[in-house]
Design a protein around this ligand. Sequence first.
Ligand SMILES: [Ca+2]
Ligand SMILES: [Ca+2]
Ligand SMILES: [Ca+2]
Ligand SMILES: [Ca+2]
Length: 654
Amino acid sequence: MRRHAATLVAAALLLSLAGPVAAGVGADRTSATTAGAAAAPDSADPEGRWIVLYKGGTDAAAATEKRSVRVGFRADRMFTHGIRGFAAALNDDQVADLRADAAVAAVIPDERVEPQAQILPTGVSRIGGKVSQTALIDGVDERVDADVAIVDTGIAKLADLNVVGGYDCSSSTPSRWRDVHGHGTHVAGTIGAIDNGSGVVGVAPGVRLWAVKILDDGGSGLLSWYVCGLDWIMAQRDPSDPSRPRIEAINMSVAKWGSDTADCGAGAGDILHAAICRLVDDGITVVAAAANDSGNASERVPAAYDEVITVSALADSDGKPGAVGGNRCFSWGTYDNDDTFANFSNYGADVDLIAPGKCIYSTVPGGLAYSSGTSMAAPHVAGAAALVKAARPYFTPAEVKEALQYLGTLDWKITSDPDSVHEKLLDVSRLGPRGDFSLAALDVPSVSTQGGVVNITVQLTRSDTAFERIALRSAHLPPGVRATFATKSLYGFEDITTVMKVDVADGLAPGTYHLTVVGTEHGRQRETTATFQVTGAPVPPPPTRLGPPVGIAGEAPPPPRTVTTGSGGIRGLTGASVPDPTYEGTAAVTGASEVSTAPAQPGPVTSTGTDPSRQLEPLDQLNELGGAPAPAAATTRARVPSRIVPRYTFAIAR
Ligand SMILES: [Ca+2]
Ligand SMILES: [Ca+2]
Ligand SMILES: [Ca+2]
Ligand SMILES: [Ca+2]
């Protein structure tokens, strides 16, 4: 059904591209109505309407004019370019007449084109969003229960977005977080457009979105604004448990020049690194775009920080694996091949995942639009992080990253990866509700009274959606018995076995002994009893021996996981330094300024600034879609990554 609808939409697009009517032949939409079923109030009623197509080479306008007189009809739509023909209301005799016409290739009934209820963007499709049991994309508005902060140009309040609040650090009016630029709203739609049957749908449909505006309406910002935004996020606490952060994940589709710093930036005075580490320590997953330099992500922050999930961009044109989608998307100066590493994307060892980032369809303040960039890739991962956290709220950021990397796939053209570290492509298709598990001890081995080591196979059985890491330990050990595991924790969907090695001390009396095998996963504990037997006559202890050693316990349980709870925001860094809203932005728009440029000229913009390291910028570019290569004429509008055009200094705060 979906395929059928897509076909109709494509047909409608073709018709609209074919344009209205050749001069002197057609009529406007109003006359089309009267030419249709008599007095029908429904102007799109296909009854009695036909599409007539000529054979190749026919002059459609002239041929139609001649036939309209001879056969007696009035064409109300003409197709004179890719398709040659017309549309008209025809009776049975006229249809028969035209079908017998040597110049006519086909006479086919017109059809009603229904509006497609809700568009599943190719990126959401490519990462398996449609089949994820946590996303539940089915046109029914259920909403993912998580909070995502979008550190960007703000978010426009649209019916398709569940925007619940925000904060503006680019002015001194905190409530002024609306989006004028469009970048933050596009990111927002990919993360969480509502599954409501209209517009688009995001990776985490209906998730609560927070607009943290650190870029002004032109798409530029200051480091101090960035830190201000992160400070505000830190201050937001879970209403039901103030010890926990309110925000589950942060999307940072912004970058400035810089590199990783040791110890969360302590020695280097890297306050951005320090702020991000505080957020991650607090339990918030931070996702960053790799940036769009076709270079190494290690030269951009926050992408270079190891604490964030860094995302490169995939060029995918059809929402499917297989690299057969063709090259429909023109951006950044070229068409990319389907399922390849996007030509603009940064790469390198700092990249943790790849996600669709070329010609991504999403929300903008005026409606819907395509855009390209690692800015569009990162929000797929931020949405996926929200899906993980909604089902597993106790996951640490490291566990979220581990899960997304585990769930990912290498089913993309890794030969197009500029480096030798092939990151997984985000894939949420197997991400379902939190799973459960059980344990069983399969062997009942025997050991003599002289003691020794026996192996007991422990079987882990998981429910369908369980992949979480399960830590194993032993408990209730008989005296003189130790137990260790070949693998201390088990991860992944597979039902697997591991071996518990039981070391029995010399001198244990004959009999049947039990110990407990304990598996834990974030407070969920499952146990089974393992059994072994001691056989043979008891061996009297030698006179000098006092008995079996005591106090040897089983393997000590792992130390409890702790999450450092932040005691507040990053203080003393911002606040007073937030610029006054009376600032008058007179400089040119930067960041992703839209200019007219030839397709072959997408190269880097030379630095003209005085302090590029202070410059933040969104990472996107508007694109054009098309079925054929773009004309060589300089009419192609591309966004040049004018990455270094500093306009502000810290001194501007006043
Ligand atoms: Ca749904
Ligand atoms: Ca929607
Ligand atoms: Ca594809
Ligand atoms: Ca790579």
